[in-house]
Design a protein around this ligand. Structure first.
Ligand code: PBG
Length: 337
């Protein structure tokens, strides 16, 4: 009897529109949710008082002086964000980026101000030298290899010092972004040796040499003065498996959370990382270029900013990132409220 046979897959037995007909059913079967608790707001800090200088390539983002930054960090906490990540622009840049390893440098000062104002808001700091060096590269330049290049191993020593400076000022988490070989291990040893074995490391593990960082380099005043970063950041054309090797190495060196960056053009890498390392917290950085593209189109009235942002962030989460760094973090928290 045909009525006792198992239903055949396909139409008309199966109508997937039944899952979309009732709005409450759509809600019920939704699996990818955005929550402010998983979002991190990047913030820029520069010397001064009462400074709030808009970044022209990133409307709605500012360089703050430490006093106003502290208020901003407080607001992020009140909105329930997962945390903030700080980038510093020093008063003076030099060959080695010495402001970055000074207890009176811009970031140390900003961390202390933010911790005084908002002690409970998770404070993450970016560990790198490109904002602090006169040449704009991510570590001191040397000729050791016979060619002008960032000196990898000299940078490791400085990164460990920078991490300790940040932790001593009150940073809760440090996030090395320079793509130096061995950076996570060097920072871990530095922190542990200074009594900060409880401070986690979010590693920018798979960070690509990307044109999507363009607006950030205006925001952080960190464009390289010669050459580019392709000698240390990853080649977008490299095998996706190279990103897995980067992540694997960082985990072996002690990374607690690993990051893929940028996000939207690298959803395949996020997906691979999620599947390959299911037990590791995974972050993705939706970078400045992703922000500015959408912002510019929205300002012209060509797209619906809120809808596009929520759709993009949902895609990044669906690909497998649990944590997203985004310049819309505060905005999204307000939209979701
Ligand atoms: C390096 C750093 C960069 C970004 C975060 N950390 C810039 C770079 O590698 O040139 C880019 C973030 C963005 O574009 O939003 N300290």
């Amino acid at each position: 009897m045909s009525s006792q046979q198992a239903p055949r897959p396909g139409f008309p037995t199966t109508r997937l529109r039944r899952l979309r007909y009732h709005p409450a059913v759509r809600e019920l079967v939704g699996e990818t949710r955005l929550s402010p608790a998983n979002l991190i707001q990047p913030l820029f800090v520069r010397p001064g008082e009462r400074v709030r200088a808009e970044i022209s390539a990133m409307p709605g983002n500012y360089q703050f002086s430490p006093d106003l930054l502290a208020e901003e960090v407080g607001r992020a906490g009140e909105l329930g964000l997962g945390g903030v990540i700080l980038f510093g622009i020093p008063a003076e840049k030099d060959e080695t980026g010495s402001d970055a390893i000074s207890d009176t440098g811009i970031l140390a000062e900003a961390i202390r101000a933010a911790k005084r104002a908002a002690p409970d808001t998770l404070l993450i700091t970016d560990l790198c030298f490109c904002e602090y060096t006169s040449h704009g590269h991510c570590g001191p330049i040397g000729e050791a290899t016979g060619r002008t290049d960032v000196d990898n191993d000299a940078t490791l020593k400085l990164l460990a010092e920078q991490a300790v400076v940040h932790a001593r000022a009150g940073a809760d988490v440090v996030a090395p972004s320079g793509m130096m070989d061995g950076m996570v291990g060097a920072i871990r040893r530095g922190l542990d040796g200074a009594g900060f074995s409880h401070v986690p490391i979010i590693s920018y593990a798979a960070k690509y040499a990307s044109a999507f960082y363009g607006p950030f380099r205006e925001a952080a005043e960190s464009a390289p003065q010669f050459g580019d970063r392709r000698g240390y950041q990853m080649d977008p054309a490299a095998a996706a498996g190279q990103a897995m090797r980067e992540i694997e190495l960082d985990l072996a060196e002690g990374a607690d959370i690993v990051m893929v960056k940028p996000a939207l053009a690298y959803l395949d890498i996020i997906r691979d990382a999620r599947q390959r390392f299911p037990g590791v917290p995974l972050a993705a950085y939706s970078v400045s270029g992703e922000y500015s593209m959408i912002k510019a189109a929205a300002q012209r009235g060509w797209i619906d900013e809120r809808a596009i942002v929520l759709e993009s962030l949902t895609a990044i989460r669906r690909a497998g990132a649990g944590i997203i760094l985004t310049y819309w973090a505060k905005e999204v928290a307000r939209w979701l409220a």
